[in-house]
Every structure is written in C-alpha cells, then in structure tokens.
Design a protein around this ligand. Structure first.
Ligand SMILES: [Zn+2]
Length: 515
C-alpha cells in the first residue's frame, strides 16, 4: 500500500543513529561467525542463490493467477495457490486463517473525454472502493481544488455541486504527505455531500507519475466512497490543469462504473511453518501480502514479496536445517485495503503475541534490499550490526530503527514488536506501483533471488540465534517511540492510534499535536 515516490514522503527520522551512539554494553553483539548460526546460513545461502525457484513462483503468480483484489474469486485462487506452494515446499501446519473484509468491490469501466476547449480522449482508471457516475456518464464543468490546502477548500464546498473536481497541488503544503493522504478522505466525503460528480486525483489526490500510466489504490484504511474518484495519466491531467488554471472553460465527459458487494466478504491469510527445535512456541513471522490491484499482474506489489516468502521458505527447508524457534511464513491478504490481513493475524493470535519475536516484511517494489528498518525498536539495532556486516557480501545493506507503518509491519509495531521492513532501492516503483506497468517485465530474477536469500538468512538468524531477539515492549514505550518518529498524527487521523494519551510528555514527543 505504501506509496513511495517523491510526492508522498514517509515520515521517518534517523533515530537509529541514537542507538548506535549509546555506550557499549560489556558484551558486544555476536554475529553469525560467533553465535553458531553461520554453518546453517551458508547452506541456506547456497539453496537460495544457486538453486532458487523464486522467479518461477513469481512468474506463476503473475501469469497464471494474475490480478487478485481482496475478496474476489481471483484472490481466492491466489490463496489456494499459496497454500499449495507451501505444502509442495514442505512447510508444516499449512492452513488458511479466515477474516472478513467490510465490503467487496469490482472494477467496471472508466472512460473520459475532454469536450472543451478541445476534444480528445483522456486516460483514467477508478481508485479502489470508489463509486460510479450515473449510467452512460455525465458531462460537467471542471473546477480545481488544492490538496496542499484542504483546510481552506473544506470551508467552501458548495461550489463543487454538479462539478468534476480536479485536484491540484499548488503552493507550499501545510501538512505532511501522510496527513494529506488522511485529509483527502475528509475532502471526498465532503464533496459527496456537496453533490460533486467525480474527483480527478489518486491517493491523497496526488497526480500520476508519468509514462502515460494511472495508479489505482485505496483512499483510506478500510474506506469506501460512493463518489467516483479517478486517477488520470499525468500527460492528460496536466493539459486539463493548464486549461483550468488559465481560466478556460473546461468540460469533461466522464463515465465510471464500479460495483460494490455487500459485506462482510470472506478472505484469508495463508500460513505455513518451520517449527522450532528448542522453543517451538516462540514465533518469527515472515511475510508479504498476496493480494494486489488489478490494472496488471501485481508483480512488484507484491508478487515480489510473496515469491520471496516462498523462496525463503524453500531455501531453509532444502538446506535441511531447523532453527531454535519457529519461523511462520504468512501470505497476508487485504493489505491494499488497509493492512486487514495483518491486523486480523495480530488479533487472532493475541494469546500468543507475547511469544512472537516480530515480523519480517518485503513490500517495497522490485529493487534490492538496502535497509532493515526495525520499526522503532532502537534497542535491537546494535544486535543486528554484525549480522548485517557479514551478509553484506551478498548485497550491501544497513540496519536502522525507522518505522514503516504502511505495510504488514504496522500491526506488529503497534503490538510493541519489531515490524521489520526490508526497505528496497526501487526507483522504478513509482511507475509500477498500482499501475498497468506492474508486470513481470519489471523484475530482474537475480535481484529477486538476492532479496529472497536475504529474507531467508535474516529469518533464520533471528529464529536460531542463541538469545531471543525481542520481547514486546509495553504500550507506553511503543507509544512514546511512535510519537518520537512522528507517527502519531497520521495514525490518529486514520483511526489506527490505539494508545490514547500514552507516551505523551516524554522528551522529544510531539506533544501538543493531540487535540
Ligand atoms: Zn504492497
């Protein structure tokens, strides 16, 4: 779900540096060469890099399953496929864990034509879980609204009655990208109420990235809208914007047809394990989301992660090694609608969450892993350093305590655990993200094999090292660190802040932002 790219910036600080600067403990952390995990890791690396089938899994998922929107029959095929692959790999306790989605949605058609000042077709696609125009479409005047100042726009919504709203980004934003993302939901609701016809604007109202692509996606966490909201190619939208801002009378014909299904709609996470040899009750979750959007094959978001999970599992099984603690591989569904599968997992496993070591997630596009982001757990950065140093011969990467809440790491971070994000270097992801270009061509097999290898090695090392890596933090501490990492406003705005007043008044917390 996480939108990378330049227009919506992740809110992160370099707090990892603080942990590095702490005085050293009497024992320096041990890496694989000292803690006894190296021989197993060598075998796993061999399987993952020399005998990899990861790209075959990605090809099957992309070409034979294809797009798999949560709650759709295609998504069910993906769930069945994932479970079958886990069994074939030889994982234990393979099963699905059901959860429900508040409402289903199916894309229909989306067409638009510029009527004045010149006549030409415009390329659009509907945003997920948004509605339809009247049958046959509507001709309407286009009126701009500035997402850099929704505060002002929300005070004067009557002027949008009967109009198509074009979202523009003018001047200096008064809020962070995450907050604009959240406030766009309020704006769409207000536009619905004011009687607008449709909105042109992607997630947060932001425009597309170019190459004549549209980008679909959900607008909020588990949020749906009766009003049609569409993404337009930047080449087309830029003309409309130039015309509108020049004061020319701009009229568009727009016909958007989508279908909602009454909820709840059933979905499921796919789960398989390598049971631990000493502490099977202690669990590291290794996962990625199996659901995708539907303008192409869902290869980079997130076939890449799903195939890596399967490739990592296979490498460990075939290496013939068994970690001290359990590695639980999970293909999450419903991520794109608001982390629904990973939230369901944490809720369904509440009784054993104290035995969890965290989760390890890959969901940042098609590039090589460049950072392990430990989800606020600054107490664990030092422990990772020798491991990261030793594994960097495969591909150089670093470790820090940044929080990435916008994928299946989020619910684990909220539970006080390290939701570890395998941050990737994916400059082309801004084009493939939720677009018609999200296809197999975007992925290089060698990069995928390396990412899967690093996932397998990280998972095994965490699960097998003599000392347990992490126990959950108490809510006060998690709340404080999330505030320090500027997550409070965004989580509160999306209704995901579970901590109330906890963590306020601590040094560096963004106190005063709570209203
Ligand atoms: Zn994703």
């Amino acid at each position: 779900m996480r939108k990378t790219g330049t227009k919506v910036a992740a809110t992160t600080l370099l707090c990892g540096m603080l942990a590095l600067a702490l005085p050293g403990t009497s024992q320096s952390p041990k890496g694989p060469d000292q803690d006894g995990t190296a021989p197993a890791l060598v075998k796993i690396a061999g399987e993952a890099l020399v005998e990899s089938h990861t790209f075959d899994y990605l090809t099957e998922l992309s070409d034979d399953i294809g797009p798999r929107v949560t709650g759709s029959p295609e998504a069910q095929r993906a769930i069945d496929w994932g479970a079958a692959k886990m069994r074939a790999i030889g994982l234990e306790n393979v099963h699905t864990e059901k959860f429900s989605v508040w409402r289903g949605w199916t894309r229909g058609t989306a067409q638009a034509e510029l009527l004045t000042p010149i006549r030409r077709p415009l390329h659009i696609d509907a945003m997920g879980w948004t509605g339809s125009t009247s049958a046959g479409g509507v001709d309407a005047e286009v009126v701009p609204a500035n997402n850099f100042n929704f505060d002002r726009e929300l005070k004067d919504m009557k002027r949008f009655k009967g109009k198509i709203i074009l979202i523009v980004s003018e001047g200096t934003p008064s809020k962070t990208g995450d907050m604009i993302l959240a406030q766009f939901c309020d704006f769409v609701r207000a536009a619905e109420k004011a009687g607008a016809i449709a909105i042109i604007g992607g997630q947060g109202g932001f425009g597309s990235e170019g190459m004549n692509l549209t980008h679909t996606g959900i607008l909020g966490f588990a949020a749906d809208f009766a009003l049609p909201v569409v993404s337009m190619t930047t080449e087309d939208q830029s003309q409309v914007e130039r015309d509108v801002l020049a004061g020319k009378p701009v009229r568009i014909h727009m016909n958007v047809q989508n279908t909602f299904t009454d909820g709840p709609v059933e979905s499921a996470n796919v789960v398989g394990e390598i049971r631990g040899r000493e502490h099977p009750e202690e669990v590291l979750v290794v996962g990625a989301h199996l659901d995708s959007w539907d303008l192409s094959e869902g290869t980079t978001d997130n076939g890449m992660g799903s195939a890596s999970v399967l490739g990592a599992a296979e490498a460990i099984v075939k290496a013939g090694v068994r970690p001290r603690r359990t590695i639980r591989f999970v293909l999450f569904m419903g991520e794109e609608q608001g982390l629904l599968g990973s939230y369901a997992y944490v809720q369904q496993h509440q009784a054993e969450i104290a035995h969890h070591l965290g989760d390890l997630i890959l969901d940042e596009g098609q590039g090589p892993v460049k950072e392990l982001q430990l989800g606020g757990r600054n107490d664990l950065v030092a422990a990772f350093q020798p491991f990261v140093r030793q594994m960097s011969d495969i591909h150089p990467f670093t470790v820090n305590d940044k929080v990435e809440f916008g994928s299946d790491t989020g619910p684990f971070i909220a539970a006080g655990l390290p939701g570890i994000n395998m941050q990737q270097d994916s400059p082309d992801y801004k084009y493939t993200h939720h677009s018609a270009a999200d296809a197999l061509e975007a992925v290089k097999p060698d990069v995928l094999a390396q990412d899967a290898a690093l996932m397998a090695l990280t998972a095994y090392w965490v699960a097998d090292r003599p000392d347990r890596l992490a126990k959950p933090w108490p809510p006060e501490k998690t709340a404080r660190v999330l505030r320090e990492q500027n997550q409070y406003d965004m989580l509160k705005a999306f209704g995901l802040w579970p901590f109330g007043d906890k963590g306020r008044g601590q040094p560096n917390s963004n106190e005063g932002s709570e209203q």
